[in-house]
Design a protein around this ligand. Structure first.
Ligand SMILES: Nc1nc2c(ncn2[C@@H]2O[C@H](COP(=O)(O)OP(=O)(O)OP(=O)(O)O)[C@@H](O)[C@H]2O)c(=O)[nH]1
Length: 298
């Protein structure tokens, strides 16, 4: 029997000569390592197809290069080496290589007061590209927090004052009576609305970093907002959370400004775009603010 040669369609000439900006595969299942954890990730791997005459790229070569990510911890250097392998395996076809990794990062977070802790999941994406020998990395991070409306808080306080006037009109004030009143439902006849909110960050990293500053950026984000969503909660923790919310009343504009200031100081970041989304309980729609720093220049 004659041995048949396998047809190689990708190596044929294209019927319509046209370069393409990005060709590759999206949603490749891949275990990656970061901060000592193995993450279940999805990768998008691609290259430019500069040679408009070539029918296709070699998908399997990109796929196999991803094996480099299985054992070694994710760093800018590792991402660059993977991208270089994409290019080396597409010599003459591609001048740009792209890799996106999507995963959930699990971080153990302590309770505010009690000696408890629990896990929080942060959706992250790492986007690396090597274009004409220039290497860039961007991080996308989503962190959830609580926001309490400052306007609603002021309106609630006014109602409480009004109730105080009604209940104590023309009566001499006794400390014990006021204390009891404050502890009753009349002392808090109105409560401000608050909502679970989301900070969505897109961070462009400095060149030549040794590590990906994912955890530092998450920590700086949560510290700036002051009301990160909690994990294990006892009553003492819930009370501390109520206090944190009361001390950090925030419109979406306030949250965006706080994050802008914090991320400018966060190490390893040369530019960012951020978006905060307050899933309002007052409305059926969201309040949203965006901010950028150095974005066009970087
Ligand atoms: N370029 C391209 N390949 C595709 C596509 N869909 C499926 N493939 C298949 O991906 C497989 C791997 O492609 P290659 O990497 O070129 O495989 P190969 O020719 O055996 O490998 P090399 O010898 O390294 O070139 C082939 O069987 C392609 O048919 C597509 O849309 N574009």
């Amino acid at each position: 029997m004659n041995a048949l040669t396998l047809p190689d369609i990708a190596a044929q000439a294209s019927r319509q000569a046209l370069p393409l900006e990005w060709v590759g595969m999206c949603g490749i299942a891949l275990p990656v390592v970061f901060d000592g954890q193995r993450l279940s990730a999805k990768a998008d791997a691609g290259v430019s197809l500069d040679d408009g005459e070539a029918r296709g790229i070699h998908m399997s070569r990109l796929y196999l290069a991803l094996e480099m990510l299985e054992q070694e911890s994710l760093t800018p250097s590792l991402l660059r080496r993977v991208l270089q392998r994409f290019l080396d395996s597409h010599e003459g076809l591609s001048s740009a290589a792209y890799l996106r990794i999507h995963a959930d990062l699990l971080l153990k977070r302590p309770a505010l007061i009690s000696p408890l802790a629990g896990w929080k999941s942060y959706p992250i994406s790492i986007e690396a590209r090597l274009e004409n020998a220039v290497f860039h990395v961007e991080l996308k991070i989503e962190a959830s927090y609580s926001s309490t409306c400052p306007c609603s808080a002021a309106l609630s306080r006014q109602l409480i004052q009004q109730q105080f006037i009604d209940d104590f009109a023309n009566t001499p004030l006794q400390h014990a009576d006021v204390l009891a009143w404050l502890g009753s439902s009349k002392g808090i006849i109105a409560t401000p609305h608050s909502q679970r909110s989301s900070a969505q960050l897109r961070l462009r990293l400095d060149d030549f970093l040794d590590d990906l500053p994912l955890i530092a950026a998450i920590n700086d984000t949560e510290a700036a907002l002051g009301t990160a969503v909690q994990t294990a909660v006892k009553r003492a923790d819930e009370q501390a959370f109520a206090l944190a919310n009361g001390q950090n009343l925030m419109f979406c504009e306030d949250a965006a400004r706080r994050l802008n200031l914090a991320l400018k100081r966060s190490p390893g970041i040369k530019a960012f775009q951020l978006r905060v989304v307050h899933a309002e309980s007052l409305h059926a729609h969201d309040a949203v603010a965006e901010s950028r720093w150095n974005w066009e220049a970087a």
